[in-house]
Write a protein that binds this ligand. Structure first.
Ligand code: ADP
Ligand code: 5GP
Length: 203
């Protein structure tokens, strides 16, 4: 009896809405969920660890990976490039884990095109003012980067139709509970667990 392939769970949001916070919590709670560590040409922030938060690469290395078709998707986001290596999907399958992607809407669209069963969640801020407040308060971005990210937010939100679920991150606990509920429910879709019923009928 063939067990289903890994669940691919995509989480996107405008910068500052809280997707990293939510994704980190999900990874900490579920040890059968792998975080897809992206490659980026962006410089690391002080608290970021190479290989954990991102694979930080220069533009030549990124170009080489694009040419070698090593990415399942990649995109220009806020003046840098970000991409998901195909190797992440293979690793999840080998480890028999589900896979969590933190990618922007362009990445979500590309993953969905190639893997239509992927499940996508878009995290909304409670308001645009609160989004700006959170991003400023995080204190990680230069004035230029803040500006780019604020400018991009409305275009990102305008792409909400690409997503299966919309979660408002107002109260963190409530937003986390909702994201967790999506993961748990999606794991029990009929086509993912049909082998459980078939195993009983084979007896
Ligand atoms: P993103 O990954 O979407 O850019 P982060 O997870 O880095 O966003 O969150 C942006 C900032 O907002 C962080 O400082 C984080 O601690 C804070 N934050 C996240 N969720 C909430 C929330 N529900 N209420 C208040 N602050 C939040
Ligand atoms: P940050 O610089 O704040 O870490 O991320 C900026 C944006 O890039 C976020 O929207 C994040 O989801 C997105 N991102 C991170 N990794 C990838 C990736 O591999 N592919 C794509 N398309 N976007 C990514």
């Amino acid at each position: 009896m063939q067990k289903s392939s890994p669940l691919l769970l995509i989480v996107s949001s405008p910068s500052g809405a809280g997707k990293t916070t939510l994704c980190r919590r999900l990874i900490a709670e579920f040890d059968d969920l792998r975080f897809s560590t992206s490659h980026t040409t962006r410089a690391p922030r002080p608290n970021e660890v190479d290989g954990r938060d991102y694979h930080f690469v220069d533009t030549d290395e990124f170009d080489r990976m694009v040419d070698d078709e090593l990415f399942i998707e990649w995109a220009h986001v806020h003046g840098n490039r970000y991409g998901t290596a195909r190797a992440e999907v293979r690793a999840a399958a080998t480890e028999k884990k589900d896979l969590l992607f933190d990618v922007d809407f362009q990445g979500a669209r590309q993953i969905k095109q190639q893997c239509p069963k992927a499940v996508s969640v878009f995290v909304l801020p409670p308001s645009i003012e609160e989004l700006r407040r959170r991003l400023r308060k995080r204190g990680t971005e230069s004035a230029d980067s803040l500006h780019r990210r604020f400018e991009a937010a409305l275009e990102e939100i305008a792409n909400h139709n690409l997503f299966d679920y919309l979660i408002v991150n107002d109260q963190l606990e409530r937003a986390y509970d909702t994201l967790r509920a999506v993961l748990l429910a999606e794991r029990f879709r009929h086509d993912r667990v049909v082998h459980l019923a078939e195993a009983l009928l084979d007896l």
